[in-house]
Design a protein around this ligand. Structure first.
Ligand code: PEP
Length: 252
């Protein structure tokens, strides 16, 4: 059984005071939730504050990015996995489409960042997904396969155990246009089969594959009914504690 994970990506929203307040509001709303793992990803400057607020709770802290380099060094503007651990993170989002689109992240950097996260003891949430043009030209599988194979290059089945994949079709992120449960299921099953080709069926069956793209309290239930959907990466609807809690508590 794969335990679902519901993670909120707060993107470049919220000051320290605001993210700390949202974390404090969220805590009691999900205190009795144990059907899924829960995580929030604030901006770097808020990480330590949010982690302190969530200390002892069932909500984990994720970073939205991570340096490809390890430890410390002359890499202006970068934050290493070790520093993210120090700031209270246990997870790191890697290869989000906004980073690929606006900051030139490539399949190769995504792989380096995923490996850096693992080396630092963080679990990477590796994002893959096609653009609208790629879907419209029928290339969604080809793109997702290339992205996942590149992201997982040089990793072992032991590493795979600590990896989370997020399928996030770019056309569904922040657009209000969600993939249908069938479209998502079809891509998730495909991604699992691609992972199985490299790592074997048993290892692939254990990997959590999250869906991301305009997930809301109103559509999480139908998405989670699909066999290969193991949770969600939520952007906009995670910014409000009550809305995110409704998504986390989709069961009841
Ligand atoms: C995301 O940022 O990963 C995301 C899926 O955003 P949204 O839920 O707003 O579409």
């Amino acid at each position: 059984m794969r335990k679902p994970i519901i993670a909120g990506n707060w993107k470049m929203f919220k000051t320290i005071a605001e993210s700390s307040a949202t974390a404090a509001q969220l805590k009691p709303l999900v205190a009795h939730t144990n059907h899924c793992e829960i995580a929030v990803a604030p901006v770097f400057t808020s990480l330590r504050f949010v982690a302190d607020r969530l200390e002892g709770s069932n909500i984990q802290v994720a970073s939205q990015d991570i340096a490809a380099e390890r430890g410390q060094g002359a890499y202006t503007g970068e934050v290493s996995g070790e520093m993210l651990r120090d700031a209270g993170c246990s997870l790191a989002i890697v290869g989000h489409s906004e980073r690929r689109q606006y900051y030139g992240e490539t399949d190769e950097t995504v792989n380096r960042k995923a490996r850096a996260a693992l080396d630092a003891g963080l679990r990477p949430i590796i994002c893959v997904g096609e653009t609208l043009a790629e879907r419209d030209s029928g290339r969604e599988r080809e793109v997702a396969k290339r992205q996942i194979n590149a992201a997982l290059a040089e990793l072992t089945a032991v590493d795979l155990d600590r990896i989370i994949v997020a399928y996030e079709p770019v056309w569904a992120i922040g657009t209000g246009r969600t993939a249908t449960p069938q479209q998502a299921q079809s891509m998730h099953a495909f991604l699992r089969s691609v992972i199985a080709d490299t790592f074997g069926e048993a290892a692939a069956q254990d990997v959590r594959i999250l869906y991301g793209g305009s997930v809301k309290p109103e559509n999480i239930g139908e998405l989670m009914r699909e066999d290969d959907l193991d949770g969600a990466l939520v952007g906009g609807a995670s910014l409000d504690a009550a809305s995110f809690a409704r998504i986390v508590n989709y069961l009841g």
